[in-house]
Design a protein around this ligand. Structure first.
Ligand code: GUN
Ligand code: ZN
Length: 443
């Protein structure tokens, strides 16, 4: 049978192909008001206007999503799966929040079956929100990492995760050691890294919870396995930064703790970076490291306003993705997260356009995770993970985002305006469907 594995999707399509923080938006996007996406064996085979492509693909089965906007799958560059159930825990800032809520919750993940149960809920929630790839903290227990990867593998997802490493400044029941964390992480890398679509991130919790010996062993792992990631927290909260300075008196600032240990490189992703100095932005730029901007979390924990304009400066450009940071973040939705990012930008007298937000949520995230060759837009050969957006998912959104006549479809300016309203007001109800490698995800 010809074309057995080929299928098509008819809808409006919008993707980013370059960074709209540095070039005119119209040069950074592709927009097909009435488009056809062709997927073969889970990868993008073609994207163009329906009119132009329909004869070439006359005999393939086409899913009709007209009156919907299809965008590339959302990428969450920082989230904690064991914190799913403790989202919205009241009243504390980072260090007290960790000891009051986080550590007792993460203790439960010593139980493999419990970890499997929550991993399943967590992944369904990501998919319900249109998130197809995430960089994920598991818990300190290797069985929690196994549970996460097993559930992600079952859903054929491209996920990056790692066991938390923490050998001090945490309750005994959550501590590993410099040696055990090295051995367990090595075993997990050998088991999961590049297994199907899964990738491994070496995951020290943050500077405060690692001894210098543990940091040394982490750098050994990065040398032994040069294509795994380094994923940790950085300069989130003022008291945290002070505590790091006291714990590492020889270091010249928070980033320098990681730098001296050899943890700052091209495959390093640092969550938050709210308190970074100009020199630290310059160093991250030089090292080609990435920052996960986690606005709902930074607001919820009162951490502060991330300086997006510093990360996106011409002088010291730093790769940036959006992170929900659940459970400190208040939503699994990248739409809600982008809405908070817009508001944070406004509080710093900056703007964040719909196209810039779409970039951060897709191609920007893919770049932050060094996955630009596989994800982030509909370039031919990339993995066909995508989201079908309903721009009119509630009565008020239908009022705000008026329907267009099929003979008079929206211009790029008009669809950008509707996307902006969907970012500001939208949530999981705006996600009509999520596709993984061209297959509709069930959740
Ligand atoms: N810093 C160290 N651990 C954590 C965590 O679990 N969440 C956040 N937001 N920051 C951290
Ligand atoms: Zn976090």
């Amino acid at each position: 049978m010809p074309h057995q594995t080929i299928k098509g999707f008819r809808a409006s399509f919008l993707d980013t192909i370059a960074d709209p923080f540095y070039a005119p938006e119209s040069d950074c996007v592709r927009y097909f008001p009435d488009g056809l996406l062709v997927v073969e064996n889970g990868k993008v085979k073609d994207l163009g206007s329906y009119e132009e492509l329909q004869t070439k693909y006359a005999d393939i089965l086409i899913s009709d999503y007209r009156d919907h906007l299809i965008v590339s799958g959302f990428i969450d560059t920082h989230i904690h799966f064991p914190q799913t159930e403790m989202i919205a825990s009241y009243g504390e800032q980072l260090l007290e929040w960790l000891s009051t809520y986080t550590f007792p919750t993460e203790r439960k993940f010593a139980d493999r079956n419990y970890a499997l149960e929550i991993a399943s809920i967590f992944l369904d929630e990501l998919l319900r929100n249109g998130t197809t790839t995430a960089l994920v903290f598991t818990a300190v227990f290797p069985q929690s990492t196994d549970a996460f990867f097993e559930e992600a593998q079952r859903r054929n997802l491209r996920m990056i995760a790692g066991k938390v490493m923490m050998d001090r400044n945490a309750p005994e029941f959550l501590r590993d050691t410099a040696v055990s964390s090295y051995v367990e992480t090595k075993q997990l890398i050998e088991k999961w890294h590049k297994c199907d679509r899964l990738l491994y991130a070496v995951t020290p919790r943050f500077a405060l919870t690692s001894t210098p010996e543990q940091l040394t062993n982490i750098s050994k792992l990065l040398v032994e396995f040069p294509d795994v990631y380094l994923h940790t927290h950085l300069s989130e909260n003022v008291k945290e930064v002070e505590a790091v300075a006291a714990a590492f008196p020889e270091s010249e600032g928070y980033l320098d703790v990681y730098d001296r240990a050899g943890l700052v490189g091209e495959r390093s992703i640092f969550a938050h970076g709210v308190q970074l100095t100009d020199q630290e932005f310059a160093r991250l730029s030089e090292a080609k490291s990435a920052i996960a901007f986690c606005p709902t979390s930074n607001l919820f924990l009162g951490s502060g306003l991330f300086k997006i304009e510093k990360a996106k400066s011409l002088e010291t450009p730093v790769k940036v993705g959006l992170g929900t940071d659940v459970g400190a973040g208040t939503s699994f939705s990248i739409l809600r997260t982008a809405s908070a990012a817009y508001q944070v930008a406004q509080l710093r007298s900056q703007k964040l356009s719909a196209i810039q937000a779409l970039f951060l949520a897709t191609l920007g995230g893919a770049r932050a995770l060094c996955l630009e060759d596989k994800l982030g837009n509909f370039e031919v050969g990339k993995e066909a993970d995508f989201v079908v957006l309903n721009l009119r998912s509630t009565p008020i959104m239908a009022l705000r985002n008026k329907s267009f006549d099929s003979a008079n479809l929206p211009t790029l300016t008009e669809i950008s305006d509707q996307l902006f309203a969907t970012i500001i007001m939208g949530d999981d109800r705006a996600i009509a469907a999520t596709y993984i490698m061209g297959e509709k995800a069930e959740f």
